[in-house]
Design a protein around this ligand. Structure first.
Ligand SMILES: [Zn+2]
Length: 224
């Protein structure tokens, strides 16, 4: 079974191990899936874990595109059920994008971008991974109001099956600025399209995988 698991791929700001799974050692234009960016959004970790379980148990690996998957990039926050990491930084504002902005006086702590772009160990590891594997697309799993945010026109093809399986609308922007966010860094700076899945927050976790299963399986197929 060609599936590689590196349980100590990266170390969080509080010293927790971060797992990386990938389809094989040298990846060709993989899909990159990221769960648990915000520690208080367990729906995303649930979706990532169910996806890796499906790949491991039910998939024919020879029918799938290359992929890489991080079930929980923010284990510090996940353990405490808090959005930010162990340094109280919002990882989705800490990417070294051209539009990264320092925190303004009075800004809510939940959007703390960190002391400088790419300051956090979780983001440093992710940036190196993105540069190494050059993903075809990056899909990260969140929860808020249900929607599928696509940044970069090539991402629309992948978003369509996800929208069809979940019934959630595709939208081109989340509606507010996200300086230092993944969509800014990957699409605007590197031209790698990004999909942000927003599951309904506080939904019964048993419903998350059925919502996205068919769409995720479809986009993973080699012939899609
Ligand atoms: Zn989130």
């Amino acid at each position: 079974m060609p599936l590689i698991h590196n349980p100590n791929w990266a170390i969080s700001s509080s010293g927790e191990s971060i797992s990386l799974f990938q389809s094989q050692q040298s990846l060709k234009s993989p899909l990159l899936f990221i769960g648990g960016v915000h520690g208080d959004e367990p729906e995303g970790v649930e979706l990532a874990e169910k996806l890796i379980n499906w790949i491991n148990v039910s998939a024919n690996p020879y029918e799938l595109k290359d992929w890489a998957l991080i079930p929980c990039i923010n284990p510090d926050g996940y353990k405490k059920n808090q959005r930010v990491n162990g340094n109280e930084v919002d990882l989705n504002r800490n990417y070294p994008s051209k539009n990264w902005k320092p925190i303004k006086a009075g800004t809510k702590k939940r959007y703390n971008p960190g002391p400088h772009p790419g300051s956090e160990p979780e983001i440093k590891s992710l940036v190196k991974l993105i540069q190494d594997i050059q993903p075809l697309i990056i899909i990260h799993f969140h929860s808020w109001e249900p929607c599928i945010v696509v940044t970069g026109e090539p991402g629309l093809k992948f978003a369509t099956p996800l929208s069809e399986s979940s019934g959630y609308k595709i939208i081109p922007t989340i509606g507010y600025d996200t300086p230092g966010g993944l969509s800014q860094y990957a699409w605007h700076d590197l031209k790698i399209p990004v999909i942000c899945i927003e599951e309904q927050e506080h939904i019964d976790l048993d419903k998350v995988w059925p919502n996205f299963k068919d769409g995720l399986i479809k986009i993973l197929q080699k012939d899609f």
